[in-house]
Design a protein around this ligand. Structure first.
Ligand code: KE4
Length: 421
């Protein structure tokens, strides 16, 4: 039994499934999760001393790579001043200002502790601002685990949400409508069927939770137009894409301006942070400025603020050029390896987030993603693991490239892929 297997068995005695988030348990790919002891740059090291080139990157936050000196120094400095005050600090203002300066649609922003919390708060605000109750989400998009977002597409044309987890009540799912990603006609039909009832459309502007599925041409602008025409708000869930695909997020990359933006991951630099923001006229409705309640003991935690600010400050134009070059080189190498092995696959990439679907055609929706060959992905995942490359343990996850992935790491990854196909 490996040390990781021993640690997993021990963890499972005290923690459901031995993990604090389901995907980490390797259920989608089989085998035992590797218990990581430390990580630096683009490498993680497990309890058995194995080294891996890491493409999980914490599921997005670690765009600078692991143990980046700027983050360590910033957090150490903050730590010496104290860990938590339950009182406002200038560090919160500094991160808020850094976000506002980078994302023109955000005039004010509120920090919370996770993407889930940020989405919940943004939807509450949208419902309060429009005095409407229903929301539209897209099958295959994940917005955290609030009850009314753990909703699957209804059967057939109904598209009325049905609970996607035990414990989610029909009542909480009732106000959630579900549409197919990249399908504007379905969204138009929902607005027609539920006139004046829909508070908001929430979307991942680049889907990253069904694998990477880019928006079809005109999809995001179409959502902007439909929400405008129907008095609903457009919420971009940029927890994954925020500061990942562009210095201003996906909204800058695609030049579509949402009403509210949800952020997370990168703005915490690996520590727990979520945030939601938008124009002051909306954000001023949030307590204590306004009546929409939202609170959090550790919101704006100074250590997390320090890590997030150090991360954003390191992400200049050169950094994004480097990320694009690195990810493009990886994509090209993988494409060659798949072609050489005569394995049909779709590599889908936006900036430094990408995924490989073992599929014969591009993946444009959750139905397409589900139809991909996931057992084939599991075999590839485990072979890559054996060859020292740790992909995210599911075909529905995005791979992330960081500034720490150098030419050697990319070459070693491609070489491992050739041997893993
Ligand atoms: P958190 O509550 O996990 O911080 O954020 C939820 C969330 C919201 N919106 C988007 C677009 C997200 O990608 C996420 C979380 N992403 C997953 C990755 N598929 C986190 C990994 C996990 O659940 O362990």
């Amino acid at each position: 039994m490996s040390r990781s297997e021993e640690l997993h068995a021990e963890a499972a005695r005290f923690i459901p499934g031995g993990v604090n988030s389901p995907v980490r348990a390797f259920r989608a790919v089989g085998g035992a999760p590797r218990f990581i002891t430390r990580a630096t740059g683009c490498h993680m090291y497990d309890a058995d001393g194995n080294a891996y080139i890491d493409y999980i990157c914490g599921y997005g936050p670690l765009i600078l790579g692991h143990s980046h000196p700027a983050i360590i120094e910033a957090v150490e400095r903050a730590l010496r001043d104290g860990t938590c005050f339950g009182a406002p600090t200038q560090r919160e203002t500094q991160l808020a200002q850094a976000i506002v300066e980078r994302v023109p649609s955000i005039e004010q922003v509120r920090m919370v502790n996770s993407g889930t919390e940020a989405v919940m708060s943004a939807i509450r605000l949208a419902r309060a601002a429009t005095k409407r109750e229903r929301i539209i989400k897209f099958a295959g998009c994940y917005h955290g685990h609030a009850d009314y977002l753990l909703v699957q597409a209804g059967s057939g044309a109904s598209t009325l949400g049905t609970p996607d987890s035990p414990g989610v009540t029909a009542g909480s799912a009732r106000d959630t409508l579900s549409a197919r990603y990249n399908d504007l006609d379905q969204v138009a039909d929902l607005f027609a069927a539920h006139t004046d009832e829909i508070a908001a459309v929430i979307v991942e502007p680049v889907a990253g939770n069904m694998g990477v599925v880019p928006p079809a041409d005109g999809f995001l602008q179409g959502l902007r137009d439909l929400t405008q025409e129907n008095g609903a708000l457009l919420i971009f869930d940029e927890v994954m894409t925020g500061f990942r695909v562009h210095r201003g997020g996906a909204q800058a990359l695609y030049n579509v301006t949402p009403d509210l933006t949800v952020l997370g991951k990168i703005i915490g630099g690996g520590l727990p942070v979520g945030a939601y923001g938008g124009p002051a006229r909306l954000m001023q409705q949030i307590a204590p400025a306004g009546p929409v309640y939202q609170a959090g003991t550790l919101s704006g935690n100074p250590l997390a603020m320090a890590a997030g600010l150090a991360t954003l400050n390191a992400l200049d134009d050169d950094a994004y050029r480097t990320l694009e070059q690195t990810a493009a080189t990886l994509e090209s190498g993988l494409r060659d390896a798949l072609a050489r092995a005569k394995v049909p696959a779709a590599i889908q990439r936006v900036g430094s987030m990408l995924s490989v679907f073992f599929a014969d055609a591009p993946v444009q929706s959750y139905d397409d993603a589900k139809a991909a060959n996931h057992p084939r992905f599991a075999a590839f995942f485990n072979a890559m693991l054996e060859h020292g490359v740790h992909l995210p343990p599911s075909g529905y996850e995005a791979w992330f490239v960081s500034l720490a992935h150098d030419d050697t790491a990319i070459a070693e990854t491609v070489s491992a892929a050739v041997r893993s196909l």
